[in-house]
Write a protein that binds this ligand. Structure first.
Ligand code: ADP
Ligand code: MG
Length: 272
């Protein structure tokens, strides 16, 4: 069995009286691509935000590369340890490390997040967008960060846009910069929240092509998207969420072509 990179176990999350995640389990192996599908409001973005520690969970636990975050209750901590010891619990099975608050911030720098609306720094050039975090958060020498940035921009096909400002780029180009910027932090896992939803249809392909290229080189990714064709082609695992739970998950063929649950069938009939 390959290494587990992201392990989400029994995660609950409420906003006031609204229970948005109602016991989510998800396991993503290193080098694999997981695509999450589900209707609006089903908790997909909230799940990504808990994985990135932007939201604290109320119950359950999450480990990233064997480092435990997110538990709030001692019984969750015990359950996490047990799962870890009993195997399949991560690359450092039995040695799940509990992160302190400061370490959580550090770990977050190794979790890439690509948003629907790109979220580039508008006042910085493309190159500066990629250099900023490695220099300020990882303390990389500026020269090294710039070399890495140029290499990444080449990889996403934007070597000629180094000195442009975000507003001078198309949406597709801005999103490719955002992906390169996430990669500049050498993430253990890349999270995408509907990365092509804000794009004109003719620009969707260029962004999906970049994500496909990353998938082929073994980048661990969780991608929330409504692009079923992409899921079919790229995902190792497809997860269908509804009402704050994982309704079903499996290979693209299993979930997309032979869904077992009525809710999955109803959703797919709307988006296919
Ligand atoms: P999805 O990404 O699947 O569309 P979300 O995770 O964004 O779903 O949202 C799930 C539910 O949680 C929605 O009803 C949304 O309004 C609610 N929600 C999300 N974030 C917050 C928040 N910070 N405060 C209150 N409610 C929230
Ligand atoms: Mg969302």
């Amino acid at each position: 069995m390959s290494d587990v990179m992201v392990d989400v176990h029994g995660v609950h999350k409420s906003f006031g009286p609204l229970e948005v995640l109602r016991g989510v389990d998800l396991r993503v192996r290193a080098g694999e691509v997981t695509v999450i599908l589900g209707p609006s409001g089903s908790g997909k973005s909230t799940l990504l935000r808990t994985i990135n520690h932007l939201e604290k969970v109320n119950r359950g636990w999450i480990s990233i590369d064997g480092e435990l975050i997110g538990y709030r209750r001692s019984e969750d901590r015990r359950a996490a340890r047990r799962a870890s010891v009993e195997g399949g619990g991560g690359r450092r099975a039995g040695k799940l490390h509990e992160l302190k608050e400061k370490e959580v911030l550090k770990q977050r720098t190794h979790i890439g997040f690509v948003f629907q609306n790109f979220n580039l720094f508008p006042h910085l050039t493309v190159l500066e967008n990629l250099v900023e975090a490695p220099v300020s958060a990882l303390r990389r020498p500026r020269k090294d960060a710039e070399d890495t940035a140029r290499r990444l921009l080449e990889r996403v096909g934007l070597a000629d846009k180094t000195d442009a400002y975000p507003r001078q780029l198309s949406g597709g180009q801005q999103q490719r910069v955002a992906i390169a910027r996430a990669l500049a932090l050498e993430p253990k896992v890349l999270l995408f929240d509907e990365p092509t939803s804000a794009l004109d249809p003719e620009l969707v392909g260029e962004v999906l092509d970049v994500i496909k290229d990353l998938a082929s080189t073994g980048t661990t990714m969780i991608v929330v998207t409504h692009e079923i064709g992409f899921a079919r082609e790229v995902a190792d695992t497809v997860v269908f969420m509804d009402g704050g739970v994982v309704v079903e998950q499996g290979s693209p063929a299993a979930v997309l072509d032979a869904p077992r649950h009525e809710r999955t069938r109803a959703f797919l009939s709307k988006v296919l």
